[in-house]
Design a protein around this ligand. Structure first.
Ligand code: ADP
Ligand code: ASP
Ligand code: MG
Length: 818
């Protein structure tokens, strides 16, 4: 014999009930004898709670809610029952519903809802569903009958969470089944007290009912049919990458469900375990899939843990004070005080100093629990041996569970590392003495991020995903997206790294999609699904999504975006950017960003701020961090100015070269932006700061190459006209250099803590003499490289090399992330 149990998620509407009917028919074919337990229709228990509470607050809305519930049941009945049998069943249904309405009306009149009455009201959910379905099954030629489990399951009077007298209940069930040979269609969730009052077995308790019937009848297997493919490595509603487990032990299932895995109700395992009956979790909507088997065997699963579960909302009670140290029995008294109020403790941690005790409970019990403790420890609190108990709210618990943990060292290290790297603060930690689980209490806002980070760390440790938010889809941004597309397969194969774009914005539209945006075809979704760009909303959504391994990639040149960097780093999101504005703004902000990145364990990388993809900043950082001292930095740091002076040879006219540079797209739309040297100044400032100097932009002396008379010109044409007037000046400079065998270069120099940018002559032996095209060059003289400076030379501008530099910063960041 087998027990089948269908949850509310399997019986939400007529269509689903028809599907369940097919599964039952098939099961009878295969197993001959079965009994079937049903939950209330989807969400009905929640609705009954809402309407009864409304009634108890003398709020007439309860009636409307009741009418909706009534209509829903009658409609489903009409759809699943054969027309010829409908009237008698509907009449019976109506009687039941009238009774429910009467009780609700009573609650409304007396404005009181005792747990006893509440349980009676809730019992209608299962009674109605099992009744309707049993009749529908009869109409489908199944030889079955309805069984109200209150007849057999006997409980104490803890209404809302009644304790079952298993011995008596088993006896009742066995006896009943001896005289009833038809297939029993049974109400889940409900029982009755010794005075025959209706009680319930706790939310989600139909699973438990199934296990009780299974154990009483010593069945071959208990099947729990739900809306997912079994027990998964995590709740698929919170962790998209969760996958189904083939098997697990009763203890593992118990731990996972105790810490929030709703797929199975925690007490369910007890009766099955005692009788060694396997429980199988199956998907009503994917019946051919084998699902998960829960039995006595720990199975061959390659991972060090089985699953991760969480409780969304808990409250933490903190009891502390010197009076707890070395005093036997305080903890015991606290637990007894809570137990006497039926308050279930989810988790306990005690510091080894015994100075403080933390207890996690459901938030609805927090005030009551505090009162119970205050009463129990009245004397100790009065004498100030123990402080008033504190309640902390807005917390979640995350538990990592598995039998393999006992044998595997380093699990807790991995948990802390994954949480730490994602900026999740751990409020309390507990490890069960069975070593079957490690539970951490964390801020509720970080729940989803923590779950996903842990899931990646334990189940996909081989493959890693980084989530990118790219703002700016201009030349650099779009080239970067192209490069990501082209490299995706290689990175996944060689580095086991998945780079996903989950946020994208330009000046017009923005889109965030946690499922990821296809980087090879981003324009269409951004245009079709995107909303009008709003930086505040983009950042808010990014923070709310709170995805692990997130990187914000700023490919704009905007001050407004830069102003948000601190907030982004504070949200534990790394930043990669070619935008120079942040690091060349005030020294104070520059330092705040560095500190925020360290504090939150994230990266802030900007290699492309100087010399595009050339490894200038990283080299400088490596030298400084390994204890070398930078004595001098000398460089040609502007591709535009490099081109202009490299081309300025005999026979050429200066203003013509600037025009040519503009025509080739090497200059800003207004070439004065390049010639005035501010861009180079920002780069030199960034380099100076990397060496440890606290300079500001004003401290950099810059030779402005825009002739004085051309600075105020209104238009670019006018500027060029004025520039022509200075051609002689530049030509005389060139000639004078040429005479000495020198060339002129626009050189940034940092020496003796002073920074300046000037037009200079360099001789034939100087490394800058032979510079060509628009290359950048940098010579680093340090204590270790005193006589022969390190020279870095190469293309220092262009979308391809800049985007490639940004991409390698992304990869560098991902190496660091969990
Ligand atoms: P039913 O109505 O069938 O009793 P429940 O809603 O009570 O269904 O339980 C099924 C739900 O449990 C799933 O839809 C899923 O969101 C949730 N769940 C939480 N943790 C897990 C897990 N580890 N594996 C599978 N499902 C889980
Ligand atoms: N209907 C009850 C509830 O929603 C019992 C169950 O579904 O298992 O809690
Ligand atoms: Mg359930």
């Amino acid at each position: 014999m087998k027990i089948l149990k269908f949850g509310g998620s399997s019986v939400g509407n007529a269509e689903k009930i028809k599907n369940v009917t097919e599964i039952i028919k098939q099961s009878i074919k295969e197993n001959k004898k079965i009994a079937v337990i049903f939950s209330a229709f989807h969400k009905v228990t929640d609705e009954l709670i809402k309407m009864s509470q409304s009634a108890s607050e003398a709020n007439q809305d309860y009636l409307e809610m009741f009418k909706k519930l009534e209509d829903r049941h009658i409609n489903i009945a009409r759809q699943v029952l054969a027309v010829k049998n409908q009237s008698s069943v509907l009449a019976q249904l109506k009687l039941n519903l009238n009774e429910l309405e009467d009780v609700l009306h009573g609650v409304y009149l007396v404005k009181e809802l005792s747990p006893r009455t509440q349980d009676f009201i809730l019992s209608f959910g299962e009674r109605l569903s099992a009744f309707i379905i049993s009749n529908s099954l009869k109409d489908n030629n199944l030889d079955c009958e309805f069984l109200d489990s209150r007849l057999l399951i006997k409980t104490d009077e803890t209404f809302g969470n009644a304790k079952v007298d298993l011995a008596l209940t088993y006896k009742n069930i066995k006896k009943y089944f001896e005289s009833h040979s038809k297939t029993q269609i049974i109400t889940g969730f409900i029982g009755s007290t010794f005075n025959n009052e209706t009680s319930t077995l706790g939310r989600g308790g139909s699973d438990y009912s199934a296990s009780i019937f299974g154990a009483a009848l010593n069945v071959k297997e208990i099947e729990i049919w739900t809306d997912v493919d079994g027990v998964l490595t995590a709740d698929p509603k919170k962790v998209k990458k969760a996958f189904p487990l083939k098997s697990m032990t009763y203890e593992e299932a118990m731990e996972l469900s105790h810490f929030g895995a709703k797929v199975i109700h925690p007490p369910t395992m007890q009766p099955a375990l005692e009788k060694k009956i396997p429980i199988r979790i199956k998907n009503t909507f994917n019946p051919s899939f084998e699902g998960t088997i829960i039995n006595g065997k720990s199975n061959s699963h390659n991972f060090s843990i089985k699953g991760i579960s969480s409780i969304d909302e808990i409250a933490l009670l903190r009891i502390q004070g010197g009076g707890m140290i070395g005093v036997a029995g305080i903890a015991q008294r606290i637990f007894t005080a809570l137990a006497s109020k039926q308050i279930n403790i989810i988790l306990i941690t005690q510091a080894s100093s015994e100075h403080s005790l933390c207890i996690a409970i459901m938030p609805k019990f927090a005030a009551l629990a505090r009162k119970a403790i205050q009463e129990e420890l009245y004397y100790e609190i009065k004498e100030k041996l123990i402080y008033e108990p504190l309640i902390e709210n807005n917390l979640s618990i995350i538990a990592v569970v598995g039998e393999n943990m006992r044998k595997t060292p380093g699990i807790s290290g991995k948990v802390f590392q994954a949480l730490g790297k994602n900026g999740v603060n751990i409020v309390a930690i507990a490890q069960g003495s069975s070593e079957l689980n490690i539970s951490t209490v964390i801020p509720k806002d970080d729940e989803a991020k923590a779950l996903n980070a842990l899931h990646d760390a334990f189940f996909l440790s081989i493959a890693k995903t980084v989530n990118l938010y790219v703002v700016g889809t201009g030349l650099i941004g779009s080239t970067l997206l192209n490069q990501i597309t082209n490299q995706a397969e290689f990175l996944a194969r060689e580095y086991l790294l998945n780079v996903k774009v989950i946020g994208l914005a330009n000046s017009r539209k923005m889109l965030i999609d946690s499922n990821y945006i296809d980087s090879s075809n981003w324009e269409k979704p951004l245009f079709d699904k995107g909303t009008k760009t709003n930086l505040d909303a983009f950042i808010d959504e990014m923070k709310k999504l709170n995805m692990p391994n997130s990187i914000f990639v700023d490919c704009t040149a905007s001050d407004k975006v830069v102003a948000r960097y601190k907030e982004i780093l504070d949200s534990s999101i790394s930043i990669v950017t070619p935008n120079k504005k942040a690091n060349s703004s005030s020294f104070k902000y520059y330092q705040e960003l560095k500190t925020a990145a360290i504090k939150h364990n994230v990266r802030f990388l900007y290699e492309t701020n100087v010399g595009a993809g050339l490894p200038i900043i990283s080299t400088l950082k490596d030298l400084v961090s390994s204890g070398d001292k930078v004595l001098k930095i000398e460089g040609v740091l502007s591709g535009t100015l490099s081109f202009i002076f490299n081309s300025f040879t005999k026979g050429k006219v200066f203003s013509q070269i600037v025009k040519e540079a503009k025509a080739k797209g090497y200059t800003e739309p207004d070439p004065r932006e390049d010639l005035k040297g501010q861009d180079v100044a920002r780069k030199l400032l960034i380099l100076a700061r990397e060496t440890g100097l606290s300079l500001e932009l004003e401290d950099i002396k810059v030779e402005n190459l825009v002739p004085k008379n051309a600075r105020q010109s209104k238009s670019v044409e006018d500027f060029f006209k004025k520039l022509e007037l200075s051609d002689n000046y530049f030509e005389s400079k060139r000639k004078s250099a040429e005479k000495k065998g020198n060339a002129i270069r626009y050189i940034a120099l940092l020496e003796n803590d002073k920074a300046k940018i000037t037009l200079q002559e360099v001789n034939k032996d100087h490394p800058f003499y032979s510079l060509s095209g628009s290359d950048n060059i940098l010579a680093l003289t340090t204590k270790h490289y005193q006589n022969r400076p390190i020279v870095i030379k190469g293309p220092g501008a262009g979308a391809d090399v800049t985007a490639a530099g940004v991409f390698s910063d992304i990869i560098r960041t991902s190496n660091y992330l969990s």
